[in-house]
Write a protein that binds this ligand. Sequence first.
Ligand SMILES: C[S@@+](CC[C@H](N)C(=O)[O-])C[C@H]1O[C@@H](n2cnc3c(N)ncnc32)[C@H](O)[C@@H]1O
Length: 431
Amino acid sequence: MALNIRAAAAKCIFAVIDKGRSLSDELPLQISKIDPKDKALLQECCYGVLRVLPELEYEVRSLMDKPLVGKQRVAHFLLLVGLYQLKYMRIPDHACVAETVAACPALKCNHLKGLVNAILRNFLRKKANEDNSTLPDAIKYNHPGWFIKKLQIGYPNDWERILAANQIKPPMWIRVNRQHHNIKEYLALLIEAGINFSNVDDKSGAILLTKAVDVYKLPGFELGHVSIQDGAAQQAAVLLNCQPNDNVLDCCAAPGGKTCHILELTPDIGKMTAIDIEENRLIRVQENLTRLNLTAEVITADAAKQDWWNGEKFDRILLDAPCSGTGVIRRHPDIKWLRKATDIDILTKLQQEILKNCWSLLKPNGTLLYATCSILPEENSQQIQAFINQTADAELIQINQNQSIGWQILSGENNMDGFYYALIKKKNHSS
Ligand SMILES: C[S@@+](CC[C@H](N)C(=O)[O-])C[C@H]1O[C@@H](n2cnc3c(N)ncnc32)[C@H](O)[C@@H]1O
């Protein structure tokens, strides 16, 4: 029998918050146990609860004397699922309460049915008198306090806008494979298929769809004529600007979105080497290359080391560094709760180490594109400024007319994810 979907959502959120598992790992497990027609509802419950977790936790605390702990902890997350539905979903209140209560047996907490029912009904009674203006920032903005503070320092004028953008469901961007169609041709195919779009970036091939669609409805998806990739991520291949015969390294490549985009834009590239430290994630790179009919040498390796390298220097290097992921919170709300303040120092050191190592693999006159999907200055402009200060043969190329150290795209800006790019050229000392 299929698992009750509220129970599946509670299990999923329990795994993320209490076990530190990522939503993208846990959700497919739960999806496999429910009725396929309920997949969208399960996703909405999980993503939704993680988006507004502090606010829901606050509601539960104000409705209960003692929180549910130990074996009953999963029922605590069921309550959050129930509250989320009552606050944010267009499901009649009585159905939300009844369905949430009905999930108790699947969580082995039949004895808590009365309690779940009472809490949800109490919430409905007190809902009318809400005033959240005096709540702490973490609850008001539904983000961890440490992160809000960092944003307030980094972006005194924009922090509230960034937090608000993180709470909005992301749009769907697609990438046209220019080996098959130019943008104009593909737009005609979209129109023919009745798929609406609202924005087109001619340089990268990025198209913003008005509404998300099933990938298999996109003309030529299975044939590799189009891929899913955010508009910000699609700037990487354009900025790297590979030329025919270039020897190119993509050194943190998995799952391969940018590797494939570079190959699509430069079919006569010399060679593409794609490395990543995670063997499992490289399977995705290979799958993407196969679907798109592209070729690269794929190597499991640590980009901070050189034991994988054949000694041939590269013309272009893409370093899409491991980062906090704080620019893609709108796509992965679990990042807010999995990422800890202490991770940032560890990440900046790792980025620094990989950057230094990659620099030594670059030819004179070659270019390296540093990228992150972070919006924290420590991982971005400050990281690059420090590298430029310490590296005599590094020259920063200005890529945004309003910013001097790289290009910081803020979450939600032009409907894109938060991203950072810095393009660095290696000076040729003999010239
Ligand atoms: C932001 S993701 C890359 C996304 C990818 N460029 C794309 O466009 O699909 C960062 C990647 O860095 C990899 N990584 C982390 N530490 C690494 C290291 N020391 N060496 C190589 N890869 C590493 C992770 O496994 C992860 O796949």
